[in-house]
Design a protein around this ligand. Sequence first.
Ligand code: SAM
Ligand code: SF4
Length: 470
Amino acid sequence: MALSSQAVDFVDEDRLNELLGKSPVDTAQLQDVLAKSLAKVPLNLEETAVLLCADKSEQVERIFEAARTLKQQVYGNRIVIFAPLYIGNQCTNDCIYCAFRRSNKDAERRTLKSIELKSQVEALEIKGHKRLILVFGEHPKYDAEFIHDCVRLTYETKIGHGEIRRVNINAAPMDVDGYRRVKEAGIGTYQIFQETYHHESYAQCHPANTRKGDYLYRLDALSRAQEAGIDDVGIGVLFGLYDWRFEVMGLVAHALFLQERYNVGPHTISFPRLQPAKGIKLDERYLVDDESFKRLIAVLRLAVPYTGLVLTAREPADLRREVMSFGVSQIDAGSRIELGGYTEAGDAQVQAMEKGQFRLSDVRSLDEVMRELVVDGYLPSFCTACYRLGRTGEHFMEFAIPGFIKQFCTPNAITTLMEYVVDHASPDTREVAEKLIREEIGKITDEKLKTLLIERVKKIKSSHERDLYF
Ligand code: SAM
Ligand code: SF4
C-alpha cells in the first residue's frame, strides 16, 4: 500500500490536547476570535481551541450567534441538496461501528448489478435529484475500475427530463493510479472520513489486520488524490468514537494541512454522529449529545468559513431544521441507505436498520424536505454549474470572485428549483416554491441578469429546455 511522496502524520495529539487544556476562556479573547472569523478569515488551531473551550452559556450563545451571522453572509439562504446511493456492502474491513464489517455474519451482502444501478438512478431522477454520492464498502471487487464504471453509468442514465449532473463518491482509499482512473470518470467530490483522528481510538475501532487498520494510509489518502489531480475533496469524522472537541481540532488540522500543502482546503466537511446499527454494541462514553452537536457545527462554521458543511439524514428532521441556520450548506433528502432502497423499500426505517449500514432518522421524502426548506426561507439548489463548466476549485471561486454568489449561485439555484417545480413538485410544494422564486428574482439588482433569469425561468416552465445554467 504505497503512500504519497511526502506522507506525514500531521495530527500532533500532544499539541491538540495542550491547546484544549487552556480553559477557562475569557470573553475578550473569545471576542477577538469571533471578530477574526466574522471577517471571514479561517481560524488557526489555537483560535479553534478557544471556541471549543468557551463553555459558559453566554459564550456559547455568542458562538451560535456569530455562526448564524457568518453563514448568512457567506452562503446566504442557499442549501444544496443531494442523495446517497449505496452500491455495495461487501467489506473486508471490520470497523466495530459498522453493520457492513466483515465479522457481521448476519449482513445480507449485495452489490448492485448494472441494471439495478440504472433503476436506482432512474428512481432518484424521477424524484428530482441531480446530485448523488455513490457509497462503497471496501472490497477488491470495488476497485477503481469498478467505481469508474459505476460513475459513468450513473451519468449516462437518463429518464424524461431527469439526469444526474454531479456524481460524488465515498469510497475506500486508493493509490495514485486508482485515483487517476476514478477522476477520468468525472467525479465531483471525493469524500473519505478519517472516522477519528485519535490514534488509540482509531486502533481500537479498526483492527490492525485490516486495510483500514492503517491510520496513516487513510490520513494520507487525500494527498494521493491530490497527486492524481483530484482537488475537490471531502473530509469527516464519525462523531462518537472519541472526544468531540479533539475531533474538531483534528478536522481543522486536516483542513489547514491541505490548504497549506495544496493551496486548496477541503470542499466539504461531514460530521456524522454514530448511529445504532445492526449487531453493534455502542460504547457510550463519547456519544455526542444534541447540545454538543450544535456547538461543534457552530465552531466548524466559524473555523473554516469557506468550507461546505454536510448534514446527513442520520439526524432527526427537527434537529436538522434547527442546525441549518448555524452553517450547514448541504443536506441529503429522500435518502435510503439499504441496497436497492430507492425501488424496493417498504417501511424505510425498519428496512434501513435490518439491511442498511446504520439507522437513518430523517426518512421524509425529497418533496417534504424541499417544502419545509422553502417555507423556512431557504433556497434549495441542485446547481452543478461550476464543476461542469470546469470552474475548478469551485468553492474557492465562489468566494474569490466578488459577487460570484449573486451572479452565478443564486440564479442557478433559482433555475434548478424551477426545474424541480415543473418536473417533480407536489402541488403544495409548487405553490410555495413559485412564490419564493418570485421573491428571489425580485431581490436581484442587476437588471440585465434579472431579465435573463426571468427569460430562463419562463423557458423552463413553457418548454422542454432544461439545464440553463450561468
Ligand atoms: N467503506 C468506505 C469507508 O469506510 O471509507 C465507505 C464509507 S462507509 C459506507 C461511509 C461512512 O459511514 C463511514 O466512513 C462512517 O463514517 C459512516 N458510518 C459507518 N457506520 C456508522 C454508524 N453506525 N453510524 C453512523 N455512521 C456510520
Ligand atoms: Fe467497511 Fe466502510 Fe463499514 Fe468500515 S465503515 S466496515 S470500511 S463499509
